[in-house]
Ligand binder design. Structure first.
Ligand SMILES: [Zn+2]
Length: 244
């Protein structure tokens, strides 16, 4: 384990936890509030990057097959219709429906401590993670901040157009966002959007939702850690923090 990269991660995002411990914690802490793999549908919001496969696999190993809601960078474009579909897959053994949602945007940190870089297998040079958020930053630097986002909806680049539209509205026009800031912002808007889509999809039957979010940090040698974990459950419409 490279100490430098982890130090940089914790300076940027706070305390980190290893992937296996993170998943184990999600299982035992949710069991105490009645969420078990047998009575929940896992909803996973992660970037499309194949670097996220180990995280998806670890979650599915514990929580079972997941409903995928992530687009580029982990922005949530599922909408009411997508969440209605997910809702119709939720087990309801005791008359209650439960989602356990994981919103986990990602970032790489290389052995030199460079934020946004990741060394991929078989590639000589470091590449960007998250590449989509690096592209958002490039757009900001290119001065696209002031453009009407509705006019730049590119049919051949829909996810990127909508990612830019969603994030740029929240960016300071005077100060370039760092990749770390964009990653945290993506987590925040993804949680908001997922919450709203679930609310819009919910019909007469109540749905209890556990929402766990954080930033996946890809460290050297393929080590993934989760930083800045936030977790809460909403049961019968009442929100409770989930200690971790
Ligand atoms: Zn990505």
């Amino acid at each position: 384990v490279d100490g430098r990269a982890r130090e940089v991660a914790e300076a940027a995002f706070g305390e980190t936890v290893g992937l296996a411990d993170f998943v184990t914690w999600s299982e035992w802490s949710l069991a105490r509030v009645g969420f078990r793999p047998s009575n929940c549908l896992a909803v996973v919001d992660v970037c499309r990057d194949e670097l996220m496969s180990p995280v998806e696999e670890a979650i599915e190993e514990c929580w079972g097959r997941a409903f995928q809601v992530g687009s580029l960078a982990g922005i949530v474009l599922t909408g009411r219709t997508g969440m209605q579909a997910a809702l119709s897959h939720v087990p309801g053994e005791d008359g209650r429906h439960r989602f356990v949602a994981f919103c986990l945007p990602h970032i790489g940190i290389d052995a030199d401590g460079t934020v946004g870089h990741v060394q991929r297998r078989g590639m000589h040079r470091a590449s960007a993670a998250c590449g989509a958020l690096a592209a958002v930053r490039d757009r900001w630097l290119a001065g696209e901040q002031g453009l009407d986002p509705d006019r730049i909806l590119d049919p051949d680049d829909i996810e990127m157009s909508l990612l830019w539209r969603r994030l740029s509205a929240r960016l300071d026009p005077a100060e370039a966002p760092s990749l770390a800031e964009l990653t945290v912002l993506t987590r925040d808007v993804a949680v908001d959007d997922l919450d709203r889509h679930i609310r819009l999809a919910t019909g007469a039957e109540p749905v209890d939702v556990a929402c766990i979010s954080g930033v996946v940090v890809h460290l050297p040698d393929g080590e993934d850690r989760i930083a800045g974990v936030l977790a809460r459950v909403t049961i019968d419409g009442v929100e409770h923090p989930l200690p971790h």
